[in-house]
Design a protein around this ligand. Structure first.
Ligand SMILES: *[C@@H]1O[C@H](CO)[C@@H](O)[C@H](O)[C@H]1NC(C)=O
Ligand SMILES: *[C@@H]1O[C@H](CO)[C@@H](O)[C@H](O)[C@H]1NC(C)=O
Ligand SMILES: *[C@@H]1O[C@H](CO)[C@@H](O)[C@H](O)[C@H]1NC(C)=O
Length: 459
Protein backbone atom coordinates (compact mmCIF):
# COMPACT_ATOMS: atom_id res chain seq x y z
CA UNK A 1 0.00 0.00 0.00
CA UNK A 2 2.64 2.26 1.17
CA UNK A 3 4.81 1.28 -1.76
CA UNK A 4 1.87 1.42 -4.12
CA UNK A 5 0.85 4.73 -2.82
CA UNK A 6 4.41 5.84 -2.91
CA UNK A 7 4.91 4.76 -6.49
CA UNK A 8 1.59 6.19 -7.50
CA UNK A 9 2.16 9.54 -6.02
CA UNK A 10 5.03 10.64 -8.22
CA UNK A 11 3.06 9.59 -11.28
CA UNK A 12 -0.03 11.51 -10.27
CA UNK A 13 2.20 14.41 -9.33
CA UNK A 14 3.73 14.30 -12.76
CA UNK A 15 0.29 14.16 -14.32
CA UNK A 16 -0.83 17.03 -12.15
CA UNK A 17 2.30 18.94 -13.02
CA UNK A 18 1.78 18.27 -16.69
CA UNK A 19 -1.91 19.15 -16.45
CA UNK A 20 -1.11 22.25 -14.45
CA UNK A 21 1.51 23.27 -16.95
CA UNK A 22 -0.91 22.64 -19.75
CA UNK A 23 -3.63 24.53 -17.94
CA UNK A 24 -1.36 27.46 -17.14
CA UNK A 25 -0.22 27.52 -20.75
CA UNK A 26 -3.85 27.71 -21.83
CA UNK A 27 -4.42 30.29 -19.12
CA UNK A 28 -1.51 32.37 -20.36
CA UNK A 29 -2.81 32.20 -23.92
CA UNK A 30 -6.24 33.30 -22.74
CA UNK A 31 -4.80 36.03 -20.58
CA UNK A 32 -2.74 37.33 -23.48
CA UNK A 33 -5.74 37.24 -25.78
CA UNK A 34 -7.86 39.05 -23.22
CA UNK A 35 -5.09 41.59 -22.71
CA UNK A 36 -4.81 42.27 -26.43
CA UNK A 37 -8.58 42.64 -26.69
CA UNK A 38 -8.53 45.03 -23.73
CA UNK A 39 -5.71 47.08 -25.21
CA UNK A 40 -7.52 47.32 -28.54
CA UNK A 41 -10.71 48.28 -26.74
CA UNK A 42 -8.86 50.86 -24.63
CA UNK A 43 -7.16 52.35 -27.69
CA UNK A 44 -10.50 52.40 -29.44
CA UNK A 45 -12.35 54.30 -26.70
CA UNK A 46 -9.39 56.59 -26.17
CA UNK A 47 -8.81 57.25 -29.83
CA UNK A 48 -10.43 60.67 -29.83
CA UNK A 49 -8.67 61.76 -26.65
CA UNK A 50 -5.30 60.56 -27.99
CA UNK A 51 -5.74 62.63 -31.11
CA UNK A 52 -6.42 65.76 -29.12
CA UNK A 53 -3.36 65.27 -26.93
CA UNK A 54 -1.22 64.56 -29.97
CA UNK A 55 -2.60 67.64 -31.65
CA UNK A 56 -0.94 69.66 -28.94
CA UNK A 57 2.47 68.28 -29.75
CA UNK A 58 2.27 69.01 -33.43
CA UNK A 59 4.25 72.00 -34.54
CA UNK A 60 2.40 73.92 -37.17
CA UNK A 61 4.62 75.42 -39.85
CA UNK A 62 3.16 78.29 -41.76
CA UNK A 63 4.21 80.54 -44.56
CA UNK A 64 3.71 84.24 -43.94
CA UNK A 65 0.13 85.05 -44.95
CA UNK A 66 0.93 88.20 -46.96
CA UNK A 67 3.47 88.90 -49.66
CA UNK A 68 6.32 90.90 -48.21
CA UNK A 69 8.29 93.62 -49.95
CA UNK A 70 11.86 92.58 -50.88
CA UNK A 71 13.54 94.31 -47.96
CA UNK A 72 11.39 92.41 -45.46
CA UNK A 73 12.46 88.98 -46.57
CA UNK A 74 15.53 88.82 -44.41
CA UNK A 75 14.56 89.51 -40.82
CA UNK A 76 17.69 87.93 -39.24
CA UNK A 77 19.83 90.62 -40.90
CA UNK A 78 17.76 93.28 -39.21
CA UNK A 79 17.77 91.61 -35.85
CA UNK A 80 20.80 91.79 -33.64
CA UNK A 81 21.34 95.50 -34.22
CA UNK A 82 19.89 96.22 -30.81
CA UNK A 83 17.03 95.20 -28.60
CA UNK A 84 15.07 98.35 -29.37
CA UNK A 85 14.82 97.95 -33.11
CA UNK A 86 11.67 96.54 -34.59
CA UNK A 87 11.49 94.56 -37.82
CA UNK A 88 10.19 96.49 -40.85
CA UNK A 89 7.38 93.94 -41.06
CA UNK A 90 6.46 94.91 -37.51
CA UNK A 91 6.39 98.60 -38.41
CA UNK A 92 4.05 97.65 -41.23
CA UNK A 93 1.94 95.51 -38.86
CA UNK A 94 1.36 98.61 -36.73
CA UNK A 95 0.09 100.72 -39.67
CA UNK A 96 -3.68 100.43 -39.78
CA UNK A 97 -3.99 100.65 -43.57
CA UNK A 98 -1.37 97.99 -44.34
CA UNK A 99 -1.99 94.50 -45.71
CA UNK A 100 -0.10 92.97 -42.80
CA UNK A 101 -2.28 94.76 -40.26
CA UNK A 102 -5.39 93.71 -42.15
CA UNK A 103 -4.33 90.06 -42.12
CA UNK A 104 -3.95 89.97 -38.36
CA UNK A 105 -7.08 91.95 -37.49
CA UNK A 106 -9.61 90.68 -40.00
CA UNK A 107 -13.07 91.99 -39.51
CA UNK A 108 -16.04 89.68 -39.03
CA UNK A 109 -13.93 86.56 -38.59
CA UNK A 110 -15.54 85.66 -35.28
CA UNK A 111 -14.26 82.29 -34.22
CA UNK A 112 -14.42 81.82 -30.48
CA UNK A 113 -18.05 82.08 -29.56
CA UNK A 114 -19.47 79.91 -26.75
CA UNK A 115 -23.06 80.85 -27.66
CA UNK A 116 -23.14 80.15 -31.39
CA UNK A 117 -20.38 77.58 -31.92
CA UNK A 118 -21.65 74.11 -32.72
CA UNK A 119 -20.05 71.04 -31.16
CA UNK A 120 -17.42 70.88 -33.89
CA UNK A 121 -16.03 74.33 -33.05
CA UNK A 122 -16.45 74.11 -29.28
CA UNK A 123 -13.24 74.36 -27.23
CA UNK A 124 -11.20 75.32 -30.31
CA UNK A 125 -8.70 78.11 -29.73
CA UNK A 126 -7.97 80.36 -32.70
CA UNK A 127 -5.10 82.53 -31.43
CA UNK A 128 -5.59 86.16 -32.45
CA UNK A 129 -9.24 86.02 -33.45
CA UNK A 130 -12.06 87.87 -31.68
CA UNK A 131 -13.11 85.99 -28.51
CA UNK A 132 -16.66 86.42 -27.27
CA UNK A 133 -17.96 85.86 -23.74
CA UNK A 134 -21.19 84.02 -22.85
CA UNK A 135 -23.13 87.26 -23.50
CA UNK A 136 -21.77 87.39 -27.05
CA UNK A 137 -19.54 90.42 -26.33
CA UNK A 138 -15.77 90.60 -27.02
CA UNK A 139 -13.78 89.73 -23.89
CA UNK A 140 -12.12 92.80 -22.34
CA UNK A 141 -9.28 91.39 -20.22
CA UNK A 142 -6.01 92.69 -21.71
CA UNK A 143 -2.61 92.33 -20.07
CA UNK A 144 -4.36 89.83 -17.83
CA UNK A 145 -3.79 86.79 -15.68
CA UNK A 146 -5.85 83.83 -14.51
CA UNK A 147 -6.41 82.71 -10.92
CA UNK A 148 -7.66 79.18 -10.26
CA UNK A 149 -9.95 78.82 -7.26
CA UNK A 150 -9.51 75.29 -5.88
CA UNK A 151 -12.66 75.32 -3.80
CA UNK A 152 -15.11 76.19 -6.58
CA UNK A 153 -12.90 74.64 -9.30
CA UNK A 154 -13.33 77.84 -11.26
CA UNK A 155 -10.87 79.94 -13.24
CA UNK A 156 -11.05 83.73 -12.94
CA UNK A 157 -9.52 85.81 -15.72
CA UNK A 158 -8.64 89.40 -14.72
CA UNK A 159 -7.45 92.01 -17.18
CA UNK A 160 -7.60 95.60 -18.36
CA UNK A 161 -10.96 96.67 -19.68
CA UNK A 162 -9.94 98.82 -22.66
CA UNK A 163 -13.46 99.34 -24.00
CA UNK A 164 -12.99 103.03 -24.78
CA UNK A 165 -11.64 105.34 -27.45
CA UNK A 166 -7.93 105.11 -28.33
CA UNK A 167 -6.21 108.51 -28.46
CA UNK A 168 -2.93 110.27 -27.67
CA UNK A 169 -2.85 112.54 -24.60
CA UNK A 170 -0.40 114.76 -26.50
CA UNK A 171 1.63 114.65 -29.75
CA UNK A 172 4.47 112.52 -28.44
CA UNK A 173 2.38 110.46 -26.04
CA UNK A 174 1.72 106.75 -26.54
CA UNK A 175 -1.65 105.49 -27.80
CA UNK A 176 -3.91 105.05 -24.80
CA UNK A 177 -7.42 104.37 -23.56
CA UNK A 178 -8.81 106.00 -20.42
CA UNK A 179 -8.98 103.73 -17.38
CA UNK A 180 -12.27 101.84 -17.40
CA UNK A 181 -11.15 99.36 -14.74
CA UNK A 182 -10.25 95.73 -14.22
CA UNK A 183 -12.63 93.15 -15.71
CA UNK A 184 -13.22 89.67 -14.32
CA UNK A 185 -14.46 86.64 -16.26
CA UNK A 186 -15.14 83.17 -14.84
CA UNK A 187 -14.93 79.75 -16.50
CA UNK A 188 -14.68 76.06 -15.64
CA UNK A 189 -13.37 74.97 -19.06
CA UNK A 190 -10.95 77.82 -19.93
CA UNK A 191 -12.86 78.45 -23.15
CA UNK A 192 -16.35 79.80 -22.40
CA UNK A 193 -16.03 82.83 -20.14
CA UNK A 194 -18.82 84.54 -18.22
CA UNK A 195 -18.47 88.27 -17.62
CA UNK A 196 -18.43 88.96 -13.86
CA UNK A 197 -18.24 92.70 -14.56
CA UNK A 198 -15.71 95.39 -13.72
CA UNK A 199 -14.35 94.44 -10.28
CA UNK A 200 -12.16 97.54 -9.82
CA UNK A 201 -13.52 100.73 -11.39
CA UNK A 202 -11.66 103.72 -12.80
CA UNK A 203 -12.35 107.05 -11.08
CA UNK A 204 -14.41 109.59 -13.04
CA UNK A 205 -14.21 112.76 -10.93
CA UNK A 206 -11.31 112.81 -8.45
CA UNK A 207 -8.30 114.03 -10.45
CA UNK A 208 -5.82 113.25 -7.69
CA UNK A 209 -6.89 109.58 -7.46
CA UNK A 210 -4.49 106.95 -8.88
CA UNK A 211 -7.35 105.38 -10.82
CA UNK A 212 -8.54 108.66 -12.38
CA UNK A 213 -9.42 107.79 -15.97
CA UNK A 214 -6.62 110.02 -17.33
CA UNK A 215 -4.01 107.75 -15.69
CA UNK A 216 -2.74 104.27 -16.58
CA UNK A 217 -3.67 100.90 -15.01
CA UNK A 218 -1.93 97.91 -16.59
CA UNK A 219 -1.33 94.17 -16.10
CA UNK A 220 -3.57 93.45 -13.08
CA UNK A 221 -2.93 90.06 -11.42
CA UNK A 222 -4.85 88.42 -8.57
CA UNK A 223 -3.82 85.79 -6.00
CA UNK A 224 -5.63 84.38 -2.97
CA UNK A 225 -4.19 84.75 0.52
CA UNK A 226 -4.98 81.69 2.67
CA UNK A 227 -4.14 83.47 5.92
CA UNK A 228 -6.33 86.52 5.48
CA UNK A 229 -8.98 84.97 3.24
CA UNK A 230 -8.56 87.94 0.88
CA UNK A 231 -8.11 88.09 -2.88
CA UNK A 232 -5.24 90.46 -3.53
CA UNK A 233 -4.75 92.37 -6.80
CA UNK A 234 -1.46 93.96 -7.87
CA UNK A 235 -1.19 96.22 -10.91
CA UNK A 236 1.00 98.75 -12.66
CA UNK A 237 -0.15 102.31 -11.85
CA UNK A 238 1.12 105.23 -13.90
CA UNK A 239 0.32 108.67 -15.27
CA UNK A 240 -0.24 109.19 -18.99
CA UNK A 241 3.51 109.88 -19.54
CA UNK A 242 4.66 106.83 -17.59
CA UNK A 243 6.64 108.94 -15.09
CA UNK A 244 4.87 107.78 -11.92
CA UNK A 245 5.92 104.12 -12.55
CA UNK A 246 4.44 102.58 -9.43
CA UNK A 247 2.64 99.45 -8.29
CA UNK A 248 -0.94 99.55 -6.97
CA UNK A 249 -2.65 97.13 -4.57
CA UNK A 250 -6.35 96.29 -4.06
CA UNK A 251 -8.19 93.57 -2.09
CA UNK A 252 -11.55 91.86 -2.03
CA UNK A 253 -13.33 89.21 0.05
CA UNK A 254 -14.68 87.63 -3.14
CA UNK A 255 -12.95 86.69 -6.41
CA UNK A 256 -15.63 88.59 -8.29
CA UNK A 257 -15.10 91.78 -6.31
CA UNK A 258 -15.72 94.54 -5.68
CA UNK A 259 -12.02 95.22 -5.02
CA UNK A 260 -11.06 98.04 -2.67
CA UNK A 261 -8.10 100.08 -3.88
CA UNK A 262 -5.51 100.47 -1.10
CA UNK A 263 -2.52 102.47 -2.30
CA UNK A 264 0.27 102.90 -4.85
CA UNK A 265 3.99 103.28 -4.36
CA UNK A 266 7.35 102.74 -5.94
CA UNK A 267 8.57 99.42 -4.52
CA UNK A 268 12.03 99.90 -2.92
CA UNK A 269 11.86 103.48 -4.24
CA UNK A 270 12.51 102.04 -7.69
CA UNK A 271 10.59 102.66 -10.90
CA UNK A 272 8.17 99.83 -11.53
CA UNK A 273 6.48 99.36 -14.90
CA UNK A 274 5.54 95.97 -16.39
CA UNK A 275 5.03 93.59 -13.48
CA UNK A 276 3.50 90.34 -12.34
CA UNK A 277 2.98 88.48 -9.08
CA UNK A 278 3.55 84.79 -8.49
CA UNK A 279 2.22 82.55 -5.71
CA UNK A 280 4.48 79.60 -4.93
CA UNK A 281 3.38 76.12 -3.70
CA UNK A 282 4.42 77.01 -0.15
CA UNK A 283 2.08 80.01 -0.03
CA UNK A 284 4.87 82.59 -0.40
CA UNK A 285 4.20 85.20 -3.06
CA UNK A 286 6.52 87.40 -5.11
CA UNK A 287 6.48 90.64 -7.09
CA UNK A 288 8.53 90.84 -10.30
CA UNK A 289 8.82 94.21 -12.05
CA UNK A 290 10.77 96.03 -14.78
CA UNK A 291 12.88 98.85 -13.40
CA UNK A 292 15.62 101.40 -14.21
CA UNK A 293 14.15 102.46 -17.54
CA UNK A 294 13.08 98.82 -18.09
CA UNK A 295 16.76 97.79 -18.24
CA UNK A 296 16.46 95.24 -15.43
CA UNK A 297 13.97 93.11 -13.55
CA UNK A 298 13.56 93.16 -9.78
CA UNK A 299 12.09 90.37 -7.69
CA UNK A 300 10.90 90.60 -4.10
CA UNK A 301 8.91 88.46 -1.68
CA UNK A 302 5.57 89.89 -0.62
CA UNK A 303 4.76 90.23 3.07
CA UNK A 304 2.63 87.40 4.50
CA UNK A 305 -0.58 89.38 3.91
CA UNK A 306 0.50 89.96 0.26
CA UNK A 307 -0.10 93.70 0.69
CA UNK A 308 3.46 95.03 0.64
CA UNK A 309 7.11 94.32 -0.18
CA UNK A 310 10.01 94.39 2.29
CA UNK A 311 12.94 96.75 1.73
CA UNK A 312 15.79 94.87 0.06
CA UNK A 313 15.48 93.69 -3.48
CA UNK A 314 17.58 91.43 -5.71
CA UNK A 315 18.10 92.75 -9.22
CA UNK A 316 17.93 90.08 -11.89
CA UNK A 317 18.52 90.12 -15.65
CA UNK A 318 20.41 93.41 -15.29
CA UNK A 319 20.95 95.44 -18.50
CA UNK A 320 18.90 92.96 -20.51
CA UNK A 321 15.94 95.26 -21.22
CA UNK A 322 13.18 92.74 -20.56
CA UNK A 323 9.53 93.43 -19.75
CA UNK A 324 6.14 91.66 -19.60
CA UNK A 325 7.39 88.97 -17.18
CA UNK A 326 5.28 85.81 -16.83
CA UNK A 327 6.45 83.33 -14.21
CA UNK A 328 5.64 79.66 -13.62
CA UNK A 329 7.06 76.63 -11.88
CA UNK A 330 7.53 73.08 -13.12
CA UNK A 331 9.32 70.16 -11.50
CA UNK A 332 10.81 72.35 -8.77
CA UNK A 333 12.33 74.79 -11.30
CA UNK A 334 11.14 78.36 -11.86
CA UNK A 335 10.64 79.57 -15.40
CA UNK A 336 9.88 83.00 -16.78
CA UNK A 337 8.95 84.34 -20.21
CA UNK A 338 9.83 87.98 -20.93
CA UNK A 339 9.57 90.27 -23.95
CA UNK A 340 11.90 92.96 -25.22
CA UNK A 341 10.96 96.64 -24.83
CA UNK A 342 9.45 98.10 -27.99
CA UNK A 343 6.22 99.73 -26.75
CA UNK A 344 3.13 98.26 -28.43
CA UNK A 345 5.30 96.67 -31.15
CA UNK A 346 5.86 92.90 -30.89
CA UNK A 347 9.42 91.60 -30.44
CA UNK A 348 11.33 88.42 -29.60
CA UNK A 349 10.48 86.67 -26.34
CA UNK A 350 12.99 84.88 -24.12
CA UNK A 351 12.58 82.05 -21.65
CA UNK A 352 14.57 82.08 -18.41
CA UNK A 353 15.06 79.52 -15.65
CA UNK A 354 16.23 79.46 -12.04
CA UNK A 355 16.57 76.90 -9.28
CA UNK A 356 15.65 79.55 -6.71
CA UNK A 357 13.05 82.20 -7.47
CA UNK A 358 15.45 84.87 -6.18
CA UNK A 359 17.95 83.84 -8.86
CA UNK A 360 20.42 83.58 -10.40
CA UNK A 361 18.24 83.48 -13.53
CA UNK A 362 19.62 82.03 -16.75
CA UNK A 363 18.39 82.92 -20.21
CA UNK A 364 17.38 79.91 -22.31
CA UNK A 365 16.62 81.66 -25.59
CA UNK A 366 13.50 82.07 -27.72
CA UNK A 367 10.86 79.51 -26.67
CA UNK A 368 8.82 79.65 -29.88
CA UNK A 369 8.48 76.76 -32.31
CA UNK A 370 6.65 76.41 -35.60
CA UNK A 371 5.03 79.20 -37.54
CA UNK A 372 7.94 80.73 -39.45
CA UNK A 373 10.95 82.95 -38.75
CA UNK A 374 8.87 86.15 -38.65
CA UNK A 375 6.34 84.63 -36.25
CA UNK A 376 9.03 83.23 -34.00
CA UNK A 377 10.89 86.54 -33.79
CA UNK A 378 7.74 88.50 -32.90
CA UNK A 379 6.12 86.22 -30.27
CA UNK A 380 3.59 85.50 -33.07
CA UNK A 381 2.87 89.24 -33.23
CA UNK A 382 2.01 89.45 -29.55
CA UNK A 383 3.45 90.08 -26.08
CA UNK A 384 3.20 87.64 -23.18
CA UNK A 385 1.23 88.41 -20.06
CA UNK A 386 0.79 85.15 -18.08
CA UNK A 387 1.55 81.44 -18.03
CA UNK A 388 -1.45 79.46 -16.85
CA UNK A 389 -1.04 75.96 -15.37
CA UNK A 390 -3.95 73.78 -16.53
CA UNK A 391 -5.51 72.33 -13.36
CA UNK A 392 -5.27 68.54 -13.06
CA UNK A 393 -2.79 68.22 -15.96
CA UNK A 394 0.69 68.78 -14.49
CA UNK A 395 3.19 69.90 -17.12
CA UNK A 396 0.61 71.44 -19.42
CA UNK A 397 0.53 75.24 -19.47
CA UNK A 398 -1.13 77.91 -21.58
CA UNK A 399 1.00 80.86 -22.65
CA UNK A 400 -1.27 83.91 -22.62
CA UNK A 401 -0.32 86.90 -24.76
CA UNK A 402 -1.82 90.12 -26.12
CA UNK A 403 -1.75 91.02 -29.79
CA UNK A 404 -1.87 94.78 -29.24
CA UNK A 405 -3.68 96.96 -31.76
CA UNK A 406 -2.44 100.50 -31.02
CA UNK A 407 -4.85 102.07 -33.52
CA UNK A 408 -7.79 100.69 -31.52
CA UNK A 409 -6.58 99.13 -28.29
CA UNK A 410 -9.99 97.73 -27.31
CA UNK A 411 -9.75 95.40 -30.35
CA UNK A 412 -6.39 93.98 -29.21
CA UNK A 413 -6.55 90.18 -29.45
CA UNK A 414 -5.64 87.28 -27.22
CA UNK A 415 -3.06 84.73 -28.32
CA UNK A 416 -3.25 81.58 -26.19
CA UNK A 417 -0.90 78.74 -27.06
CA UNK A 418 0.15 75.46 -25.41
CA UNK A 419 3.45 75.59 -23.52
CA UNK A 420 5.54 72.53 -22.62
CA UNK A 421 8.74 72.08 -20.62
CA UNK A 422 11.15 69.36 -21.77
CA UNK A 423 14.13 68.56 -23.98
CA UNK A 424 17.39 70.43 -24.40
CA UNK A 425 17.49 74.23 -24.30
CA UNK A 426 18.86 76.19 -27.27
CA UNK A 427 21.17 78.37 -25.23
CA UNK A 428 22.21 76.56 -22.07
CA UNK A 429 24.54 78.70 -20.04
CA UNK A 430 24.90 76.31 -17.14
CA UNK A 431 26.02 72.70 -17.27
CA UNK A 432 26.34 70.14 -14.55
CA UNK A 433 28.52 67.12 -15.47
CA UNK A 434 28.04 67.97 -19.16
CA UNK A 435 24.24 68.03 -18.84
CA UNK A 436 22.37 71.30 -19.15
CA UNK A 437 20.67 72.19 -15.88
CA UNK A 438 17.49 73.38 -17.51
CA UNK A 439 14.91 71.96 -19.86
CA UNK A 440 13.67 73.70 -22.95
CA UNK A 441 10.54 75.81 -22.69
CA UNK A 442 8.57 75.34 -25.90
CA UNK A 443 5.60 77.36 -27.09
CA UNK A 444 4.13 75.89 -30.26
CA UNK A 445 2.37 77.89 -32.92
CA UNK A 446 -1.10 76.62 -33.83
CA UNK A 447 -3.63 78.30 -36.06
CA UNK A 448 -6.20 76.24 -34.20
CA UNK A 449 -5.88 73.86 -31.25
CA UNK A 450 -7.68 72.56 -28.22
CA UNK A 451 -6.92 71.28 -24.77
CA UNK A 452 -7.21 67.61 -23.78
CA UNK A 453 -10.79 66.72 -22.86
CA UNK A 454 -9.93 66.17 -19.16
CA UNK A 455 -9.44 69.90 -18.74
CA UNK A 456 -12.90 70.99 -19.87
CA UNK A 457 -14.23 70.49 -16.38
CA UNK A 458 -11.57 71.83 -14.07
CA UNK A 459 -10.64 69.04 -11.69
C1 LIG B 1 -9.45 111.98 -4.08
O1 LIG B 1 -8.44 110.99 -4.05
C2 LIG B 1 -7.44 111.21 -3.09
C3 LIG B 1 -6.37 110.16 -3.30
O2 LIG B 1 -6.92 108.85 -3.26
C4 LIG B 1 -8.06 111.19 -1.70
O3 LIG B 1 -7.05 111.42 -0.74
C5 LIG B 1 -9.15 112.23 -1.61
O4 LIG B 1 -9.80 112.12 -0.37
C6 LIG B 1 -10.15 112.05 -2.71
N1 LIG B 1 -11.10 113.13 -2.72
C7 LIG B 1 -12.42 112.95 -2.73
C8 LIG B 1 -13.24 114.18 -2.75
O5 LIG B 1 -12.92 111.85 -2.72
C1 LIG C 1 3.09 114.66 -20.21
O1 LIG C 1 4.01 115.24 -21.10
C2 LIG C 1 3.49 116.32 -21.86
C3 LIG C 1 4.52 116.77 -22.89
O2 LIG C 1 5.82 116.65 -22.41
C4 LIG C 1 3.08 117.44 -20.91
O3 LIG C 1 2.52 118.53 -21.65
C5 LIG C 1 2.05 116.92 -19.91
O4 LIG C 1 1.75 117.89 -18.95
C6 LIG C 1 2.58 115.67 -19.20
N1 LIG C 1 1.51 115.08 -18.42
C7 LIG C 1 1.70 114.55 -17.21
C8 LIG C 1 0.50 113.97 -16.54
O5 LIG C 1 2.79 114.55 -16.66
C1 LIG D 1 -4.55 77.43 0.34
O1 LIG D 1 -5.89 77.09 0.26
C2 LIG D 1 -6.23 76.26 -0.85
C3 LIG D 1 -7.71 76.03 -0.84
O2 LIG D 1 -8.39 77.18 -0.48
C4 LIG D 1 -5.49 74.94 -0.69
O3 LIG D 1 -5.77 74.13 -1.79
C5 LIG D 1 -4.01 75.21 -0.63
O4 LIG D 1 -3.32 74.00 -0.42
C6 LIG D 1 -3.70 76.18 0.47
N1 LIG D 1 -2.29 76.49 0.38
C7 LIG D 1 -1.52 76.62 1.44
C8 LIG D 1 -0.08 76.93 1.19
O5 LIG D 1 -1.94 76.50 2.58
Amino acid sequence: MAMGAGSKQPRSLAVCWYAARHRSFTLIVWCLTALIVLVIFYLFINHKEEQIVRGIDEVEEETFPVKLARSWRNPPAVRGKGEHRTLPVVDEFLVESSAVHHTFFQKGKVAMDPVNSGNDRRYLYYPGRVWLDTDGKPIQAHGGGVMYDEETKTYFWYGENKDGKTYKAHDKGPDRVDIVGVSCYSSTDLWSWTNEGVVLHGEEENLSHDLHKSNVLERPKVIYNNRTGKYVMWMHIDDANYTKSSIGVATSASPTGPFTYLYSKRPHNCESRDMTIFKDDDGKAYLIYSSKGNSELHIARLTDDYLNVPKDVPRILVARYREAPALFKFGGTYYMITSGCTGWAPNTANAHAAASIMGPWETLGNPFLGGNEIYRSTTFFSQGTFVLPVAGLPGLFIFMADRWKPSDLRDSRYVWLPLRVGGLPDEAADYSFMFPLWSRVSIYWHKVWRLPKQSYRAT
